[in-house]
Design a binder for this molecule. Sequence first.
Ligand code: NAD
Ligand code: IPM
Ligand code: MN
Length: 352
Amino acid sequence: MTKNSMRIAVFAGDGIGPEVTEQAVRVLEKLDLSGLELVEGDVGGMAYRKHGHPLPAETLEIARSADAILFGAVGDFSCDHLERHLRPEQAILGLRKELGLFANLRPARVFPGLEDLTTLRPEVASKIDLLIVRELNGDVYFGEKGMRVLEDGRRQGWDMMSYAEDEVRRIANTAFTAAMGRDRKLCSVDKANVLETSQLWRDVVIEVSKEYPEVELSHMYVDNAAMQLVKNPGAFDVIVTGNLFGDILSDQASMCVGSIGLLASASLAEGTFGLYEPIHGSAPDIAGKGLANPMATILSAAMMLRHSLGLEEQAVRIEKAVAAALAAGVKGGDLGGSSGTREIGDAVVERL
Ligand code: NAD
Ligand code: IPM
Ligand code: MN
């Protein structure tokens, strides 16, 4: 799909969100795409302070009118005392749910030249080229939850974990389709030895696998998967898993390839609409200092061009420019380098 006008909602959010998003926007503008329109909106803690809600109605309106969303990060510890529905994180959870963004793709691959920078041994890290397909609309994230006081006076927090079969089926289809376009190996990660939610997950994934006979399907418990991700990550091609396990395993995968500042993501609805964001958060510890690595956000913008706007060639240009900047030694503090946010943005823009 290429069309005459492309409307991108830009939700920068909190902490380092605006810093990294600014660089991704510079990259998009440098491409000089005809018909590109960027519309900003407020999300997260900054939106709460301005409008009294982390996902104001006008922001949701902008999101619905756009072809895609470029998202920075939300999260602000000064909001952690608020009732849960008013906390910054509800902005991203609300967008995912309201817009039906059920499929979260988180690719992890080692950039040439960075093999020595990961916390794994280079010969282990260099083999990593995997894709985590994380379900994003269900699981314990969206179940009923609460705090209560038991009869004996003890406080109890509770969260309901569940998956319905159609939810598993649609993410399994996404994952099998992704595997068909890659090495045709799919590992489904669950905790079926303990959880009924996971038993249903596994049963449905096996049912769906009948439609994809060319894909080699395996199953792994999540604890073992966490171990295998650092032992032999090169063995994975596509991983499909639920919302909670996918959240945790993708942060882990980011370190296997060097840094959380490098991992991009696409959150897709049926069709071409999507939200694109780095997998990291608002990083309050480095916010406002110009230290954040914007590459994950820049690479998310590339995913946006590919998946939502049909601009494969421009997506590849961005990815090559990031790889070239890294190969030339442009590295943020997260990778042991000394380049700041703006400098990294400059280096990518120069190489486009
Ligand atoms: P985080 O990802 O924000 O930070 C974890 C660590 O990684 C920190 O030391 C941080 O400095 C570092 N880091 C993260 N991104 C970096 C980058 N681009 N460059 C260099 N270093 C980077 O996770 P956290 O500290 O657990 O959470 C902080 C806040 O962010 C919380 O409020 C959390 O809820 C929120 N959060 C939001 C999102 C999102 O918006 N999608 C994702 C994760 C966490
Ligand atoms: C992520 C984040 C979010 C999640 C939080 C901020 C709600 O950690 O996108 O990985 O848990 O999905
Ligand atoms: Mn996360």
